[in-house]
Ligand binder design. Structure first.
Ligand SMILES: Cc1cc2nc3c(=O)[nH]c(=O)nc-3n(C[C@H](O)[C@H](O)[C@H](O)COP(=O)(O)OP(=O)(O)OC[C@H]3O[C@@H](n4cnc5c(N)ncnc54)[C@H](O)[C@@H]3O)c2cc1C
Length: 386
């Protein structure tokens, strides 16, 4: 066992930390105020990310990506997590699932995503199918050599800036011992495809400026060449690739919590009440002790889950543990930080209330805390059940 970062890992951490501090922090207050990111600023961040050689760092080297393993990429995203989500989304990290592109899909989707010419979004959730993804009602019907898609998706992150969307739809049903089960297929759908519309979604208290969209499909006809993977293999594709998004949420939560600590510890020294720094009061200093302990625990849980992925070890439970623990830690850390800042913590003059608001969504998206607990407990119980 070795907990030390290699020189290369340290370089990744230092480079991304310096990037977020110099290229992203200065724009955060304005994005908070306006709720938007000007397109030219988004492009500027993407271009600078390319200059430092980290654009598409998660994608395979053979297609021009950075080829980082999961652990190194998790370290990168931990630093990125310090920054505003609305801005850090331009630090290009295409969906890893695009590595499943075959034939001309590689030219049309995979390669342009790696060079930054195209941006993807990923759509599973529907108004009536959130945690229960198999309950989805958006369908794909085979028609001649084509597929015809009908239905809608909602909550789709950054689809407003996407050139195409990776969409999961129900493509049939099969009988299983536990009753009928929907078969799922995955499609690559270009913005502008007839019958496909991307509309503005809801206003969220978390991550102002990072928008979600509603997608509608009205007899949207797609050639079978738009299907990612084999027909009806959408669930297997999702299971194979989408673990990474839960690690993203976990590690970005750790990064954000560390940024909060960077602010709150000096504040405990500077802020004086009753003639003393508030950090001298045990009621405050013990909060700090608990906060840093939880942050370190979440960090190690997340990094060790990423390490397991690289080793090819079973990691489903460990990733779920990292996601649930890190996101609940972030909620606690930001809430305690706000308490330590007192009334000023609630005011938008400081970013503390933003960190507190932003933390709320982390326990919901990419599988709620309850669903992560299902995954964890299922893995414990299943081997013992007959
Ligand atoms: C801002 C935002 C962005 C998002 N971006 C995307 C995106 O880009 N792409 C995408 O596909 N989706 C996206 N989502 C959707 C997100 O993944 C879902 O919100 C999440 O999976 C939960 O689904 P739901 O909101 O429908 O809640 P529901 O599934 O309706 O759950 C409601 C409550 O019931 C609980 N619950 C449900 N089932 C169980 C159970 N079996 N046991 C115990 N408790 C249960 C949940 O934990 C939750 O507390 C986004 C969501 C948000 C808020």
């Amino acid at each position: 066992m070795n907990f030390e970062l290699s020189d290369e890992q340290q370089l990744i951490v230092d480079t991304v930390r310096s990037f977020v501090e110099n290229e992203i922090y200065p724009h955060e207050a304005e994005v908070e105020r306006t709720g938007t990111v000007p397109p030219e600023l988004g492009r500027e961040i993407a271009d600078k990310c390319k200059e430092i050689g980290f654009f598409a760092a998660n994608m395979p080297e053979e297609f021009g990506g950075g080829g980082l393993n999961q652990l190194d990429f998790t370290l990168l995203e931990r630093e990125l997590g310090r920054a505003s989500m609305a801005l850090s989304v331009y630090f290009g990290r295409p969906s890893g699932i695009l590595a499943a592109c075959e034939g001309e899909q590689r030219e049309r989707y995979l390669l342009p995503s790696i060079t930054g010419e195209k941006v993807d979004a990923l759509a599973m959730s529907e108004p009536d199918a959130g945690s229960d993804i198999r309950g989805m009602k958006c369908t794909a019907r085979a028609d001649g050599g084509d597929w015809v898609i009908n239905g809608s998706k909602h909550f789709i992150s950054h689809a407003n800036i996407a050139d195409f969307v990776i969409v999961f739809v129900a493509s049939g049903e099969e009988e299983t011992s536990s009753g009928p089960k929907k078969k799922i297929s995955c499609f690559l759908v270009d913005r502008g495809t007839p019958g496909f519309e991307i509309r503005s979604g809801y206003e969220s208290v978390s991550h102002r400026g990072y928008h979600n969209s509603i997608l509608t499909f009205d007899n949207c006809r797609l050639p079978s060449s738009q299907m990612l993977g084999e027909p009806h293999s959408g669930f297997e594709l999702a299971n194979r690739w989408l673990y990474a998004t839960r690690l993203t949420v976990a590690t970005m939560s750790v990064g954000r919590a560390r940024r909060v600590m960077d602010m709150v510890v000096p504040y405990c020294v500077e802020r004086k009440q009753f003639g003393k720094s508030i950090g001298k009061f045990q009621g405050v200093s013990f909060k700090l002790a608990d906060m840093i302990t939880e942050i370190d625990a979440a960090d190690w849980l997340t990094l060790s889950a990423a390490w397991r992925v690289d080793k090819g070890l079973p990691s489903n439970r460990e990733i779920a543990s990292a996601k649930v623990f890190a996101t609940e830690m972030l909620a606690h850390t930001t809430d305690e930080a706000l308490q330590i800042y007192g009334g000023m913590g609630l005011m938008s003059d400081l970013p503390i209330e933003r960190f507190w608001r932003d933390a709320r969504v982390e326990r919901i998206w990419d599988g709620t805390s309850e669903i992560q607990r299902h995954i964890i407990s299922r893995e414990l119980l299943r081997p013992l059940e007959s």
